[in-house]
Design a protein around this ligand. Structure first.
Ligand code: ATP
Length: 241
């Protein structure tokens, strides 16, 4: 499988504090890859660094073969890399439909010319029926789980080729967690690639093909999801189980 996203020697700093060290990984086309580790391991920082949101960074990020390491965040987004932030960033005074409109970008194709999935509010409402029941509700009057769905839906309005999903299961009710897992499986069927950040193996194992385990800003283990499930030592050392 050729890598759609590849990261080499990634480093990041917040001021004088170094957070990431020599991070390297790949996400292939159509793959769901989990970046796993406990709170503070560096998952969010890795995603923000890929998106160009951390000014003090080093290393190479390639997307569809192009070096995007020095591009600005909006330039990276326009190439078809979608980012669903952990803190959601929903506009509280705007309705569901208006929040979706903010994410709208033109249709896109994969490098081989195959069209990427193209999303409309109607298609997203069939993927997230809860949102379809509240198109005119202001973002600020939705539950955490509904806001989480809206955040993913808004990212999809940009017709991305690959989505960085930062802890989609965090702080949402079990029913929504299950729906979120089904959504990821649907997106994979549509041909999208996903890099998922997650600390909980119970969610990650439902959807992920491969895993990279982070601790203190470094990758300590990598393998298939089946290998991680069988490896109690790695789970105990680095994950919430
Ligand atoms: P979480 O599940 O809590 O989001 P994470 O694995 O995503 O964890 P990061 O949020 O990337 O971890 O944090 C990695 C390290 O960077 C932590 O030690 C954190 O305290 C630190 N950090 C995060 N954001 C900042 C910031 N804006 N300024 C300084 N340090 C930060």
């Amino acid at each position: 499988m050729s890598a759609m996203l590849s990261v080499e020697n990634l480093g990041a700093w917040y001021g004088a504090a170094r957070i990431l060290y020599d991070i390297a990984f790949e996400v292939g086309r159509g793959e769901v890859v989990a970046l796993m580790g406990r709170n503070g391991a560096g998952k969010t920082t890795t995603m923000k660094t890929i998106m160009g949101l951390i000014p003090e960074r080093q290393g190479t990020v390639r997307f569809n073969g192009d070096d995007i390491s020095r591009l600005r965040p909006f330039e990276i987004a326009r190439r078809g890399l979608g980012f669903t932030p952990e803190d959601r960033r929903i506009f509280a005074d705007l309705t569901v439909l208006e929040n979706l409109d903010i994410g709208r970008q033109p249709p896109r194709s994969f490098p081989d010319g195959t069209p990427a999935p193209a999303w409309t509010p109607d298609r997203l409402f069939s993927l997230f029926p809860n949102l379809g029941e509240m198109p005119n509700r202001p973002g600020g009057r939705m539950s955490g789980g509904e806001q989480q769905m809206l955040t993913v839906a808004r990212t999809l309005m940009g017709n991305p080729l690959l989505v960085l999903l930062d802890e989609p299961s965090e702080g949402v009710a079990p029913l929504i967690v299950e729906q979120m897992a089904n959504t990821i499986i649907e997106l994979k069927k549509e041909g999208l690639s996903i890099l998922l950040s997650e600390q909980n193996i119970h969610f990650a194992k439902l959807v992920s093909d491969r895993v990279y385990v982070l601790e203190k800003g470094q990758i300590h283990w990598q393998g298939s999801m089946a290998e991680l499930e069988a490896n109690q030592d790695v789970q105990k050392a680095y994950l919430t189980v």
